[in-house]
Design a protein around this ligand. Structure first.
Ligand SMILES: [Fe+2]
Ligand SMILES: [Fe+2]
Length: 299
């Protein structure tokens, strides 16, 4: 993992975000030793969920690269940089927990070589001097969207599974992701006092990040974790599997939460009269995507 050297964090007065690791509770609350691995029941593993969990472990393990990217984007703001480093530790632990579970479910799964395959083909620009979202506040909006998305992802998969260890792993990770959302939202509020990016810009960033879930990262992680060595990468097929299987397990309550918290990050009122309609539409789209994939997989 690269350091924050180029930005040097010596000047505390440059920080726009006051991060207190103790008060803000972002330090890891659990370790892999807290997971009851001996309660694993192989016959209760859903093979489709296993494929998705393997892919998710690779994305989570890449948290260090995301921290490097955030440190570059928030150059000169030691508060956010420290938050990014602590946050990445938790994300990497998520990857380790999911990877260990996947190895129990499939002893042939080689986490380290799958991760090497993933990072060989998917690279972040960790030295970006500016956020791909156009502003630092925009970057924080996007992070909020990712965190509420991942929290619902693990909640949906965990509740759909009957394997007790996976249920426990997902429960802990989903709770962590919600804390991450709160932390990035807190940072966003402080940044918005300085960067007036406007509601429309926030909405566009939020929508953009939601639709990015169809992009390369998840699809390539699914390929790296599951494809045979001689298989070539077909983005659409792997995206279909990754998102379709996941969406088919989403319940209305998961979508309601994603919509409400995404609206909040975008600067909109989750209690507005039209908000339930947005949630209904989102649920319809998610179910449609899940059904379309089920059809594609069947053929
Ligand atoms: Fe995570
Ligand atoms: Fe997270």
């Amino acid at each position: 993992m690269a350091s924050c050297e180029p930005c040097h964090i010596a000047n505390e007065s440059q920080s726009h975000f006051e991060y207190d690791p103790t008060a803000d509770s972002l330090m890891t609350h659990w370790t892999l030793d807290d997971i009851p691995w001996d309660r694993f029941e192989a016959e209760k593993v859903d093979p489709r969920i296993l494929r998705v969990a393997k892919a998710a472990s690779l994305v989570e393990l890449n948290g260090g690269d995301y921290a490097d990217y955030l440190c570059s984007v928030f150059c000169g703001d030691p508060g956010i940089q420290r938050l990014a480093r602590d946050w990445a530790q938790e994300e990497v632990q998520h990857g380790r927990a999911l990877g260990r579970w996947a190895c129990l479910a499939d002893p042939d799964f080689d986490l380290e070589s799958a991760f090497a395959r993933f990072t060989d083909g998917y690279r972040l620009d960790v030295e970006a001097s500016q956020s791909v979202r156009g502003s630092r506040a925009g970057e924080l909006v996007a992070r909020c969207i990712v965190e509420v998305g991942t929290s619902s992802f693990y909640a949906a998969l965990g509740e759909a599974s009957e394997e007790p260890v996976f249920v426990e792993v997902c429960r802990r990770i989903a709770a962590d992701e919600l804390r991450h959302y709160r932390m990035f939202y807190k940072a966003l509020k402080q940044y918005l006092e300085r960067e007036k990016i406007g509601r429309l810009r926030r909405i566009l960033v939020a929508l953009g990040r939601i639709f990015e879930s169809e992009d390369d990262e998840l699809a390539y992680a699914h390929f790296a974790a599951n494809a045979d060595a001689e298989e070539s990468y077909e983005r659409q097929r792997h995206a279909d599997f990754m998102l379709g299987v996941t969406y088919s397990h989403y319940q209305r309550k998961h979508v309601d939460r994603v919509v409400a918290m995404s609206l909040k990050a975008a600067g909109l009122d989750p209690q507005a009269a039209w908000a339930p309609w947005a949630s209904r539409l989102a649920y319809h789209l998610v179910r449609h995507r899940g059904a379309k994939t089920a059809q594609a997989l069947a053929t």
